[in-house]
Design a protein around this ligand. Structure first.
Ligand code: ATP
Length: 281
């Protein structure tokens, strides 16, 4: 294998099998996928397709049954390569340990060998980034599900990792909190952090550089969001349609306009892009 400086995390021929009471269950099969330095990679797929298993394997929480996960093309597993890869889970309840919001976020920094002043600075920055500073002294168990989700995200941001993994992290959030978390992740991405964003909300795919789609534990598509929504196979369907998903509103309108033979200046992913696509030249 040739080392590639632009690859942060590389999965090769990865298979993950879970021993269950009914025998071994194949959850991931022959996954070949790289996460590139500085990109936003979205992972999409229906319920039970293997998204969480995939992202947990990226985080080093699950060991591949066969194949490899390499961080920066070193032989070390991700969690041994001198970098922590934090994962923001779908349900934060099971992972929060601190008493107050401040303690919870600071707690994750305690084994990094940082000074007290550095830990305080990072905690405050992460609370600021997630809009949680006003709740810093609140007990974690008094927070709503969405607020706990933001605390979990703040804990990950405080680590200042090179790669942030989000596993359907917005699924429990109201629209404002969802937007706040997405905006925080986007800001970190603009500042250079690589992001892997698992979602079933297809509107969120417009932020991605690439989309990886999983079905039945296999990687069935990897390409740009535009190709995911618009590129038709010989059989006529797009990757999005093949997975059984309804595309976002802007994509559906554009597809209908295409069907009617109306020219579009671009293939839009968002309503704003749709407006541009139909604007007179
Ligand atoms: N501990 C387990 N025992 C048995 N089967 C499991 C276990 N964990 C996961 N699975 C199965 O593995 C498959 C993939 O699960 P996974 O959680 O990765 O899917 P997902 O795409 O993240 O689903 P969702 O969108 O519903 O969260 C599912 O069919 C699930 O039932």
């Amino acid at each position: 294998m040739i080392s590639d400086p632009f690859v942060l995390l590389r999965m090769e021929n990865l298979t993950y099998t879970l021993p269950t009471a009914d025998g071994n269950r194949l959850l991931l099969e022959d996954i070949n996928l790289s996460v590139r330095q500085g990109e936003w990679l979205a992972i999409a797929g229906t319920n039970g397709s293997g998204k969480s298993t995939l992202v947990r394997t990226m985080a080093g929480l699950y060991k591949p049954t066969s194949g490899t996960v390499r961080f920066r093309d070193t032989d070390a597993a991700p969690e041994l390569a001198g970098s922590t890869i934090p994962l923001v889970f779908q349900n934060p309840d099971t992972h929060l340990l601190g008493e107050t919001v401040y303690e919870e976020v600071r707690f994750g920094l305690e084994y990094m060998g940082l000074s007290d002043a550095e830990m305080d600075a990072r905690t405050e920055e992460a609370l600021q980034d997630t809009g949680l500073l006003p709740l810093a002294r609140r007990r974690v168990d008094s927070l709503s599900g969405g607020q706990k989700q933001l605390v979990a995200a703040a804990g990950c941001l405080a680590l200042r990792p090179p790669l942030l993994l989000f596993d359907e992290a917005t699924s429990m959030l109201d629209p404002l909190s969802r937007e706040a978390l997405l905006e925080t992740a986007r800001r970190k991405h603009r500042e250079g952090t690589t992001v892997v964003w698992v979602t079933q909300l297809l509107d969120e795919l417009s932020y991605a550089d690439r989309v990886a789609a999983v079905d039945g534990g296999r990687l069935v598509f990897c390409g740009t969001p535009g190709a995911f929504f618009y590129e038709r196979s010989a059989a006529g369907g797009t990757p999005c349609e093949s997975l059984g998903f309804e595309p976002p509103y802007a994509v559906r309108v554009a597809q209908e306009l295409q069907r009617l033979g109306l020219p579009l200046q671009r293939l839009p992913l968002t309503v704003e892009e749709l407006a541009e696509a139909v604007a007179p030249c």
